[in-house]
Design a protein around this ligand. Sequence first.
Ligand code: F2R
Ligand code: MG
Ligand code: MG
Length: 346
Amino acid sequence: LSPPALCRFHGAMAGALLGDCIGGEFEGKELVRLQDVIGAVRALEEHRQEEGSLMYSDDTAMTRCVAQSLIIKQDFDEIDMAKRFAEEYKEQPDRGYGNGVIRVFKKLLNPNCNDVFKPAREQFKGKGSYGNGGAMRIAPIALAYPDVQDVKKFAKKNAEVTHASSLGYNGAILQALAVHHALQGELQKDNYLDYLIGEMQLLENDEKSLSDARDFQEFPYCSRLKKMKAFLTRRDVSKEEVVNELGNGIAAFESVPTAIYSFLRCMDPDPEIPENYNGLERTIIYSISLGGDTDTIATMAGAIAGAYYGKDNIPHSWWKSCEAYKDTDYFGEKLRDLYCSHLMSS
Ligand code: F2R
Ligand code: MG
Ligand code: MG
């Protein structure tokens, strides 16, 4: 078995960074005009933005922690992971973290905390967070483990450090699977979605998932993945329909499916996006144009598209505009080494 090419690992890390940095300007705006997003990327292409000047947010700050922990520990280590999240927050608290997750970091920073999953379990009166913070940072897990069982197991554990609601960690598992599958190469949209639906059907049928979903709707992930399948058969799906049916919010179930849809939809040209943009560029532009939690939806869509198309499809000018852009090559290379070592030992 040969591992995927290095450019896919570089692409996933760089795509995630681009989505966060470019999407950040639009986060929280419900109405985002496609022309404004195109204007923003044109400014990068015309070098109207200084090198490294687009700041990354909590999405990338936490993704970097996941990558660093995996690389240094050469495996998943929840204690090291939790320590990195909390220390990163302590050093740079103004990266735009969710209001709830800050309480988890503060508890993790207490030297008497000896169960790193406990603070997350205490969130929201014991219900745990359903925010998309577990999913937004998960790409490095998919890049480190070739075995899908490991991807699922460690995506869940990683998310559970901050997100104890199954609605939160199931979103992280779905996003990790979406990156993992895109990394493997050429894909058919229907097969890709059937695979994800099959995996989520198993997850959403466990007792905790059924109970957590009761406050919202039955099978929040599967129902959106199925809706997406129907959307992909039509060429006239409006932004409003996507936002109404899939979501563009801070909850994981209202953003992970939307990121996956953005990637799949943008495999084909879009009459509203200039033809010179490739599938990866279209994915970033389109996902931001949906408004709402733009940095997070675009970072997740960017990670999937980057894993699929590879770094060669990322415009240099976009990449170089992002803070700490050079690090994505380092992370991509080291995570691929880890992926290969896991492949050799299996
Ligand atoms: N937080 C933001 N953006 C908005 C404000 C930024 C900041 N205040 C600023 O202006 O600088 N973006 C980032 O947060 C999202 C990821 O959040 P995460 O890590 O999941 O955090 P949290 O706090 O766990 O959940 C987010 C919110 O979701 C609601 N929520 C979650 N679970 C809930 C539950 N069981 N019951 C009720 N509400 C629940 C809460 O409102 C949480 O605060 C990303 O968008 C990232 O970019
Ligand atoms: Mg953010
Ligand atoms: Mg966000």
